[in-house]
Ligand binder design. Structure first.
Ligand SMILES: NC(=O)C1=CN([C@@H]2O[C@H](COP(=O)(O)OP(=O)(O)OC[C@H]3O[C@@H](n4cnc5c(N)ncnc54)[C@H](O)[C@@H]3O)[C@@H](O)[C@H]2O)C=CC1
Ligand SMILES: CC(C)CC(=O)C(=O)O
Ligand SMILES: [Mg+2]
Length: 370
């Protein structure tokens, strides 16, 4: 079988290329053992692209992403580029891609795999079986709003400005993604904002309520302030099913949720655009973690989030459910066997590096999927 799909791989910076290497091995395995091959391209983004081309997201990368059936992204950024002017920062690479491809809905599942209950930041009973989905708006809000910048005031002191802006349409389209997911899951949606102190929060709450009432009466909608949500995620996480949040709040809450699942190194994500008339939509898949400069180059990064992001890609963009499940099952099996990267160690587990973890997952795939 040939999938005949165009896949663009963007490893980026720091641990990005290290964990992407393990996914490339899975792709080779799929070709060899399952006779599935993709039209695979690799491109540049982030600091690596900046050094090669002068831009953290060159036009060529955007064009290739627009022409691909799906993009698999690693991570960008690092201290090496921290002192650059803002418009040169590697992080703009991912922001530009999300914007240019219209990827407004960032789906961040936080699932506590059974073997990792012992690696969670919370007590086992609080997280066993946890399976929640954070839907984060990803092309609007304070990461994009104007005006922004650092200016010097007449008194010589500096002032930094960022602006949170949301239109009704931006809120409505991501809310519909969250409602659709809630309807397919347990029928519960928690919408998160700070309507008590922010105008965007007031509009967010009003628009989500209107859509819920008019289009999704069967979904049980509740609203929660973002600060309370952070606390509730740490104290009673299983009350949540689908959580809808703005760009900033979703970013923060999903890193928090990662600690519940054991590590940032476990959490994948899918960032989706709107489907066109033929049902085709742009989509980019990436772990929620960054370039992890503190461990980059040491060969110890957890490759699971990148692998699980590839599994999401197979499921959501290519309809390859069986292959997605195989990868997820292989990851879980290896974790259950006690092999762990340093970030997810538990009692009685053995510490291994990135490539040994990759070897073990490939061996599991060989047993299950050939
Ligand atoms: N989508 C992206 O490309 C993102 C990029 N960044 C950028 O990454 C750089 C580093 O940011 P940080 O705040 O340190 O966040 P980070 O997510 O890179 O790392 C936070 C902590 O989690 C650990 N960690 C992350 N991924 C891991 C993995 N796969 N295995 C084991 N441990 C892992 C790191 O070692 C670190 O201690 C910055 O330049 C930041 O702007 C941050 C978040 C997302
Ligand atoms: C633009 C990214 C660097 C922000 C982030 O932390 C994320 O998207 O998760
Ligand atoms: Mg983040």
């Amino acid at each position: 079988m040939t999938a005949n799909k165009k896949l663009l791989v963007l490893p980026g910076d720091g641990i990005g290329p290290e964990v992407m290497r393990e996914v490339r091995r899975i792709i080779e395995w799929m070709d060899r053992r399952r006779h599935v091959s993709f039209t695979l391209e690799e491109g540049q983004v982030g600091g690596a692209a900046l050094e090669a081309t002068g831009s953290p997201c060159p036009d060529e990368t955007v064009e290739r992403a627009l022409g691909a059936d799906a993009v698999l992204f690693g991570s960008v950024g690092g201290p090496r580029w921290d002192s650059l002017p803002f418009d040169k920062r590697p992080e703009l690479g991912i922001l530009r891609l999300r914007k240019e491809l219209g990827l407004f809905a960032n789906l961040r599942p936080a699932v506590v795999l059974n073997p990792l209950v012992d690696a969670s930041s919370l007590k086992p009973d609080l997280v066993r079986g946890l399976d929640l989905m954070i839907v984060r708006e990803s092309t609007g809000g304070i990461y994009f709003g104007e005006p922004r910048g650092i200016e010097t005031l007449p008194n010589g002191k500096r002032r930094g400005v960022d602006t949170e802006v949301y239109t009704e349409e931006e809120i409505a389209r991501v809310a519909r993604v969250a409602f659709d997911l809630a309807r397919k899951r347990t029928g519960r949606l928690t919408s998160v904002e700070k309507a008590n102190v922010m105008q965007t929060g007031r509009l967010w709450r009003a628009v989500v309520s209107e859509i819920g009432k008019a289009e999704y009466p069967e979904v049980e909608l509740s609203h929660m302030y973002a600060d309370n949500c952070a606390m509730q995620l740490c104290s009673r996480p299983k009350q949540f099913d689908v959580v809808l949040a703005s760009n900033l709040f979703g970013d923060l809450l999903s890193d928090l949720a990662a600690a519940l699942t054991g590590s940032l190194g476990m959490l994948p994500s899918a960032t989706l655009g709107a489907p066109d008339a033929t049902g085709r939509r742009h989509a980019l898949y990436e772990p929620i973690h960054g370039s992890a400069p503190d461990i980059a180059g040491k060969g110890i990064a957890n490759p699971c989030a990148q692998m699980l992001s590839f599994a999401m890609l197979l499921r959501w963009s290519f309809g390859m459910e069986e292959d997605a499940k195989l990868i997820e099952a292989a990851v879980e099996k290896v974790l259950a066997g006690g092999l762990r990267t340093a970030d997810i160690m538990g009692p009685g587990t053995a510490r291994v590096g990135t490539s040994v973890m990759g070897d073990a997952i490939l061996r599991e795939l060989d047993k299950m999927g050939a």
